[in-house]
Design a binder for this molecule. Structure first.
Ligand SMILES: [Zn+2]
Length: 259
């Protein structure tokens, strides 16, 4: 490379530097929809339009599927927040996420974060994380009656690529290889094998599906209200569904899966 070319090569970099610094300091801009404030920096308009439309559709369908559509949680100042970073690098730097992460939620802040073009965000990650927020608003924050499996079950129930897992769970139950309710309640994702984590999510999903498919949305709303008001899982299951105990609930679910 000649000296001249080297110099010519430097020039655009020097000129570009102030722009880069400007881009990093750039303030967030916001678009507001009925239930969301969407913060962005350089996201293209079509991306923002799609996200806004999808977010509202998703809110409506989750509220509808869980029977929460009588309650309009968030408008005006209560809107949930979405931060859409320009790219994966900025997202990971700002959120300290793993490099495979396409999105993350901070439930108590009603905040979902992702980046432009994150794979699977609109169809799976966003519905899952939004369901976490909506469900917790319904049953109350830091409610000891709401185990992780119930939260993940409700959230996974919203994902669009869940296929029938009844047959898989039926085999696990027949072979005695499933996680019983006690094991589900004590389950920690950290330190568990990938297969155990998959089973945890599948069963959590299936238990929620069982309650909604067999007994309907109205009862599920009542169940959530009982959880919120009495803060006791066995009590909420008994009052809402007449399960005499947690064991009774588990046995009924197993019958449903094996039927
Ligand atoms: Zn989750």
């Amino acid at each position: 490379m000649s000296k001249l070319m080297r110099r010519a090569g430097w020039l655009p970099i020097i000129l570009f530097l102030p722009l880069v610094i400007f881009a990093q300091d750039q303030a967030w801009q916001v678009v507001k929809s009925t239930h969301f404030n969407i913060f962005y920096k350089n996201a293209p308009e079509d991306v923002l339009n799609e996200l806004t439309q999808k977010a509202e559709e998703c809110y409506d369908s989750i509220a509808d599927e869980l029977g929460f559509n009588r309650f309009n949680f968030w408008t005006w100042d209560n809107r949930a927040k979405i931060y859409l970073f320009d790219n994966q690098d900025e997202y990971i730097k700002a959120t300290q996420s793993f490099d495979w992460s396409g999105g993350q939620v901070r439930i108590s802040a009603k905040l979902i974060q992702s980046y432009v073009g994150a794979p699977g965000f609109l169809h799976n990650i966003f519905p899952h994380e939004l369901a976490h927020i909506i469900f917790i608003e319904m049953v109350g924050f830091n409610n000891p009656a709401v185990p992780l499996w119930l939260q993940e079950g409700v959230a996974t129930y919203q994902e669009k690529d869940i296929h029938s897992i009844k047959a898989v769970l039926a085999d696990k139950i027949r072979q005695g290889g499933y996680l019983n309710l006690d094991a589900l309640s004590r389950f920690a994702v950290k330190g568990s094998s990938d297969e155990q984590v998959k089973l945890f999510y599948a069963e959590s999903y299936s238990l929620v599906k069982y309650l909604i498919a067999e007994f309907g949305k109205e009862k599920f709303v009542l169940f959530c209200q009982n959880l919120r008001d009495n803060r006791n899982l066995a009590d909420a299951l008994r009052r809402t569904y007449s399960f005499s105990s947690l064991d009774d609930f588990e046995d009924s679910w197993k019958k449903y899966i094996l039927a």
